[in-house]
Design a binder for this molecule. Structure first.
Ligand code: ADP
Ligand code: ZN
Ligand code: ZN
Length: 660
């Protein structure tokens, strides 16, 4: 009897053998029902073998092999195998997270196989600018694997480059996978893609789709009926029979990094997938990640540049740095910014005030006894949300009513400290009573529908002043927007996380890029107490390459990525001492000494040392050689699995950690 080697959705680095009455190697990649424990599970057949390492009579008999979906192809299994070994994630977990939920159910809902939606109204394509044409010509979908980095300033028309390449790939009868950071923030892009290719099946794949829709889209992509797949990071694990091009828009965006469950970078998996299939991959950004930038300075990636805005009438905004140390501010806003907003109001143009902190104030405090609104479950303050009269922890989500008096000393005079978007909005309403003000953050925009409605209002000229967080920074064209004011950016300059400046620069570049997208000239006012900081100097000059060069030099001197390869072991437990003891044991395992070239740091509490009542510690390991790191990690992981730990302790390994 043939033996099925089955991958199951379990955090175990092994496969499970079952005997089957009938099976052939053609069944590899199919789903199968198998008995497990006292119940049943759905697994994926990854091998059909003649025998097993176990005595055959001890093996259980597999249940039904499911044939409603064709077998996952071999290249897809290899992709998941790679991700499993690179990220130290269980193969079964990687494989099964790639399937829509309905296909993992023992009692699947019956569904019809709807065809992807097609629109028939087509939109003419613009003439390419010279720079765009060069970029499009440089990428040959037929030339095999190549990784291209498209560095284009905001408004340079990167999307048009994508669309032309999609066009070519479709003409060759192939599929395109286009990844975007957050699909909710990019309805414009989806609309543009659908309008340009009205006769082509376009499906989207992201976590906010209803289960049935996601399964329908996944099936259409896998069946090859949809030629364009537009998705968020999870879409990188979609089996696509005719994949010919991968595009990752805003490749620097942190949302391509999954930070829980299976921790992976969709961008890096994308590069692996393109190499595996021998197809091109295009990474696009106005502010590439330093990893990609370094690769493009060398020979690994091909650098393509768009220096000019595509619209000949539009130019990059003028950026001014305002030294707030010499100014009297009102609710954190300078007189220059107030005057700028007044000008725009008079001219019927829009202004945007950027403050990347939602809520009314970051903390409520008692000046009499020093009480502050700490979250009892996390190492964080509770944020004051005045509109719904709540104190809310942005980390664990717990919330309380606002106390009428200080819980410690009874003082009635407790104050909000600092400022969030709600407070700023209130002050702007008082200052500009005639203006129509729209606040855009996670509290005011909770769904895609709300976001689309807000975008429509902004485009329809129904708002004079926008106040908001980074939600406003991403890829939107607001033709009437001519002024951007930036508040509260300084706090990220000296953050403990060494990636903070890179992120801040990208964010400010993006938000500044909203201004002057059309023929109206844009202006950006950045309020800061550090006007001479090199980050702001680079922004004034729109000089990403200069800024990146400075940061890369710092990284090289400090021995940080991309000049080193890192992995993080994290442990959480009710007591910090337990977490640290576990990490200390992990750091001194014999396997550590057996592997040369691996540097193990001391275990330390995480920056957010307490989250939802768990204490968290971390242990960083580093190597200057990726192969050395990749040889070390599986051996280390196995040894760590053998450590006796308290029952409530949980741990995981993150490869190429993103946040510190
Ligand atoms: P990016 O993504 O690089 O910030 P977009 O792709 O959003 O830029 O393009 C910016 C604007 O330029 C859009 O309004 C787009 O329609 C316009 N545009 C792009 N390419 C061209 C072109 N070749 N000719 C004229 N306008 C263009
Ligand atoms: Zn008090
Ligand atoms: Zn909390």
């Amino acid at each position: 009897m043939p033996v099925l080697r089955v991958a199951l959705d379990l955090p175990l680095h092994r496969l499970f053998d079952y005997v089957a009455a009938e099976a052939s190697t053609a069944d590899v990649g199919l789903r199968v029902r198998v008995p497990f424990g006292r119940g049943e599970k759905i697994g994926i057949i990854v091998e059909v073998a003649a025998g097993s390492d176990w005595p055959l009579e001890q093996l259980k008999v597999a249940g039904e092999i499911l044939r409603d979906v064709p077998p996952l192809p071999a290249d897809f299994l290899r992709l998941c195998e790679f991700a499993s070994s690179y990220y130290q994630a269980a193969y079964g977990e990687v494989l099964l997270q790639a399937l829509p939920a309905g296909l993992k159910r023992l009692d699947p809902p019956t569904r019809r196989n709807a065809r992807p939606v097609k629109i028939t109204e087509s939109v003419p394509r613009p003439e390419l600018t010279g720079e765009q044409a060069v970029a499009v010509e440089a990428i040959d979908p037929a030339a095999g694997f190549a990784a291209h980095l498209l560095h284009g300033v905001t408004g340079s028309g990167k999307t048009e480059v994508y669309l032309r390449l999609i066009e070519r790939t479709l003409a060759a009868g192939q599929q395109v996978l286009l990844l975007v950071p957050e699909i909710n923030l990019t309805p414009q892009l989806e609309g543009r893609v659908r309008a340009r290719f009205p006769d082509t099946g376009v499906v989207s794949l992201h976590s906010e789709l209803a289960e049935a829709a996601r399964e329908r889209n996944w099936r259409a992509a896998f069946a090859g009926e949809a030629s364009i797949v537009l998705g968020t990071r999870l879409a990188i694990f979609t089996p696509l029979p005719r994949l010919g091009l991968i595009i990752i828009d805003e490749e620097h965006d942190s949302s391509f990094k999954q930070q829980d469950g299976m921790r992976y970078s969709a961008r890096d998996v994308g590069v692996f997938r393109a190499r595996q299939l021998g197809i091109p991959i295009l990474l696009g950004s106005a502010t590439p990640s330093l990893e990609s930038w370094a690769n493009a300075q060398g020979t690994r990636y091909n650098l393509l540049t768009l220096k000019e805005r595509a619209n000949p009438e539009a130019s990059l905004p003028t950026v001014h740095v305002l030294d707030t140390r010499k100014m009297v501010l009102q609710e954190g806003v300078s007189a220059a910014l107030v005057a700028g907003i007044r000008d725009r109001l008079a001219r019927g143009e829009q202004s945007l005030v950027f403050l990347n902190r939602r809520g009314y104030a970051p903390v409520l405090a008692c000046p009499a006894c020093g009480w502050v609104s700490r979250c009892t479950r996390c190492a964080a303050n509770m944020v004051l949300h005045l509109a719904d009269r709540r104190l809310r922890c942005h980390h664990c989500g717990c919330e309380h009513r606002i106390p009428k008096s200080c819980p410690t000393c009874g003082n009635q005079d407790i104050h909000p400290f600092g400022r969030g978007t709600q407070r700023l909005e209130g002050w702007l309403r008082e200052t500009f009573p005639e203006a129509r003000i729209l606040r855009v953050d996670r509290d005011s925009v909770k769904s895609r529908k709300q976001w689309e409605a807000i975008l429509e209002r902004i485009h329809g000229g129904e708002a004079d002043i926008l106040v908001g967080t980074q939600m406003l920074a991403k890829g939107h064209d607001f033709p009437k927007l001519t002024l951007v004011g930036v508040l509260g950016a300084d706090s990220a300059l000296f953050a403990a996380d060494w990636r903070a400046p890179e992120r801040l620069f990208a964010q400010l570049m993006q938000v500044a890029g909203r201004a002057g997208r059309a023929e109206l000239k844009g202006e950006v006012l950045i309020q800061t107490q550090y006007p001479d900081h090199s980050l702001y100097a680079a922004l004034v000059k729109h000089d990403y390459p200069g800024f990146a060069a400075t940061l890369l030099k710092e990284r090289e001197q400090a021995g940080f990525p991309p000049y080193a390869f890192q992995a993080m072991l994290r442990a959480e437990a009710p007591l910090m001492a337990d977490a640290i003891a576990f990490l200390t044991t992990a750091a001194s395992l014999p396997v550590v000494a057996e592997h040369g070239n691996i540097l193990v740091f001391d275990p330390i509490p995480m920056k957010m040392a307490r989250l939802a009542n768990l204490e968290r510690g971390q242990l960083l390991v580093e190597s200057h050689s990726r192969p050395a790191m990749q040889a070390f990690l599986p051996a280390w992981r196995e040894a760590v699995e053998g450590i006796k730990a308290p029952a409530k302790l949980r741990w995981h390994i993150e490869v190429d950690p993103y946040e510190f």
